[in-house]
Design a protein around this ligand. Structure first.
Ligand code: GAL
Length: 672
């Protein structure tokens, strides 16, 4: 199929057809003589889209208002002549030295009052008016010049907002924080009540007395810290929106986005960002030494798709091999890059893009892998990149197909921030780690999940799992109750429903607004000592947490076999019409969690996979066609009952598929 004949992407990027292939390209780091070779090799590899300009501010604007667009004109022209689409980045993730020298107060300040220096990247305070003005100016200049360029497919604003400087604690940020608080609370009296400032003599008599949660002798007021998290995420978002709104009228019809790090940027509330981008773009890097790195990839991809509300999304960055910033930067194993890329596509990605096109020779990232490594075209990586490019081209026919999940995992950044603050019952409480444990148990069963924020539409899910929602408004509890009343099957993990949006403990016994729904209350928490475990039911093992559950309508399904709550419920169940509410009062390992989930999913009618845990099976569908991705991460051949034609090879598998270790197949079949 020619690329023109491929189905248009439903990512909302009109110029993308099929699955885009390519990566970050930094021509400004190379002499121009190299460019024709770059473009020739891009064509050889099947590259269709490159991101240019992402850290090029000092080259584009060498002094205030002094622009050099000549090089960018030439490279965009060359890419255009070669049929390669452009994702044009605004360079605002790295202000040039002249800017920081002219505006020293735009440099970010840490919690302990240290002003960060220049010489790296992301050295700006998101609340700095000078930074925002300069960022909008360069974005506008780019949009004026390239907004209607025929090869412009997509705008890429900034880069990974909040990745390195999550929050700034400078005086300018303090002022912006006060303005944000005034909008939220209107009166100082309301703020004093909301933050509970009667505690430790923190009552504020004037707005100017309020500051960011700077390093203090003891933990800063948790409500203040929580609001500062929210403020900081919003400030970064305001930077994005300012650039986006400047570009929009100058570049009609060209979508605008920024790249997220869904599972790796804990301080950005991507639920509030997702509606502001025209297409969700996500970055993911394997944690090379993590034996569960493949699962981490799936989780990032599922969260990316969930942020896109089920629509196809773009994989904006991953790596061909080793990165340069982990303690030991392990190369990928043979075939791993291909499996990684296709696993993202299986979970809804409509692009396979890498950081970066050509490995740099200088600078901090010179030992990072690339599509074109230092060793050039005589390398395995290059051969693999070209082979993958061909496969991505063939896979173009799946564009627009979507993934449907039967199970939803509830995830809320604000709750995770709140749980992570000081002085909780145990330092082992970690919302992201708990989420990962539940995800792992589901992933091993081959259950594809969506992530949802509190308040989302749950009507399509047979089962909803809340690994932890420490922070939960009464409204969220009502939302879960309605889901169960409507026949849904809910599983809630311990230490959920404890505080409201301001980290104030809900009145009455824990778990406040969830008590009625779950049919129980908690008499006392019994967090476990480091390394301590308690037996649960027949042969399961709990750690981190135990608590005294008092039944009030629910029945006990599993009992604590030891520890401070021996003989008391560990897993409970409350039937509500056709639905049910389950509650788990300790932390089980992935195997134990798997056993609990077996019961919950069986009751909900969710089927689990019988394949080995290291074989992923994910389905994308479109009208009456199903594309079943089977990815064998293990070393052994597996027999898979699925039938169809492998889109990658054209081979028919009418009796089922025999897939070699490390292999991938994408079976096309007709669904009735
Ligand atoms: C990403 C970033 C890229 C590059 C890459 C290295 O987080 O967006 O610019 O630094 O990491 O792995």
């Amino acid at each position: 199929m020619t690329r023109e004949a491929l189905p248009p992407s439903t990512t909302g990027v009109p110029r993308l057809r099929g699955i885009a292939y390519g990566g970050d390209y930094n021509p400004e780091q190379w002499p121009e003589e190299v460019w024709p070779e770059d473009v020739r090799l891009m064509r050889e590899a099947g590259v269709t889209l490159v991101t240019v300009g992402v850290f090029s501010w000092s080259v584009l604007e060498s002094a205030p208002g002094v622009y050099d667009f000549g090089w960018l004109d030439r490279i965009i022209g060359l890419l255009h002549d070669n049929g390669i689409g452009v994702c044009l980045a605004t360079p605002t993730a790295s202000p040039p030295p002249w800017f920081s020298h002219a505006h020293p107060d735009s440099l970010p300040v840490t919690e302990s009052g240290v002003r960060l220096g220049i010489g790296s990247r992301e050295a700006y305070c998101p609340s700095s008016p000078a930074y925002r003005e300069a960022a909008v100016r360069i974005a506008t200049a780019l949009a004026e010049r390239y907004g209607s360029h025929p090869s412009l497919a997509l705008w890429h604003v900034n880069n990974e907002y909040g990745a390195h400087v999550a929050s700034c604690y400078c005086d300018v940020s303090a002022q912006a924080f006060r303005a944000w608080l005034r909008r939220r609370y209107v009166t100082l009296a309301a703020l004093n009540t909301a933050w509970g400032t009667a505690f430790w003599s923190q009552r504020y008599g004037a707005w100017d007395e309020v500051s960011p949660p700077r390093l203090s002798p003891m933990p800063v007021n948790p409500a203040q810290q929580l609001d500062f998290y929210r403020f900081s995420s919003d400030e970064h978002l305001a930077c994005y929106v300012a650039e986006r709104d400047a570009i929009r009228p100058l570049s009609p019809g060209v979508p605008i986005t920024t790249n997220f790090m869904a599972t790796n940027c804990p301080n950005i509330d991507y639920w509030s960002w997702a509606g502001e981008v025209d297409v969700v773009a996500n970055n993911h890097y394997l944690v090379a030494e993590d034996p569960l790195r493949t699962m981490g990839l799936s989780m990032s991809a599922d969260l990316g798709r969930s942020l896109a509300r089920g629509r196809p999304w773009l994989l904006m960055e991953h790596s061909t091999g080793a990165v340069n910033w982990q303690p030991r930067n392990l190369a990928k194993e043979p075939g791993e890059m291909r499996r990684n890329s296709l696993a993202h596509v299986a979970r809804g990605a409509e692009s396979v893009l890498f950081f970066q096109w050509r490995a740099s020779q200088r600078g901090a990232e010179k030992f990072h892998s690339a599509m074109l490594p230092h060793g050039g075209t005589a390398t395995q990586i290059w051969a693999d990149v070209c082979a993958l490019g061909r496969e991505v081209g063939v896979l173009g026919e799946i564009a627009g197909s979507t993934v449907r999940a039967e199970v939803a995992l509830v995830w809320d950044w604000a709750s995770a921030w709140a749980l992570g603050l000081e002085y909780r019952p145990s330092r082992d409480l970690d919302a992201a780690a708990t989420l990962r444990l539940y995800y792992q148990a589901l992933w091993r069963k081959g259950v594809v999940v969506d992530f949802v924020p509190p308040g989302a539409d749950l009507s399509g899910y047979a089962s909803v799992v809340v690994p932890n929602l420490y922070l939960m408004s009464a409204g969220s509890a009502g939302w879960l109750a309605r889901y169960v009343e409507d026949g849904g099957h809910l599983l809630v993990g311990f230490f959920s429903g404890i505080v409201d949006d301001l980290d104030s403990v809900h009145p009455g016994p824990h778990p406040g607004p969830l008590a009625d729904l779950l049919g129980l209350w908690i008499e006392e928490f019994h967090p476990l000592a480091e390394g301590a475990t308690v037996g649960v039911g027949e042969g399961l093992c709990g750690s981190v947490w135990s608590e005294r559950v008092v039944l009030a309508g629910a029945e006990s399904v599993l009992t604590m076999g030891g520890g401070p709550d021996r003989g008391h419920p560990a897993l409970t169940h409350r039937q509500v019409g056709d639905g049910a509410a389950w509650y788990l009062a300790t932390q089980l390992d992935a195997d134990g969690m798997g056993e609990v989930l077996d019961q919950v999913l069986a009751e909900a009618g969710v089927r689990t996979s019988q394949l080995p845990a290291d074989v992923e099976l994910v389905r994308r569908t479109c009208a009456d066609t199903a594309y079943t991705f089977v990815i064998n991460h293990g070393p052994d051949t597996v027999e898979v009952g699925e039938v169809g034609v492998d889109v990658l090879t054209g081979v028919q598998h009418p009796q089922g598929l025999s897939l070699a270790g490390g292999g991938v197949a994408v079976l096309r079949s007709t669904v009735s």
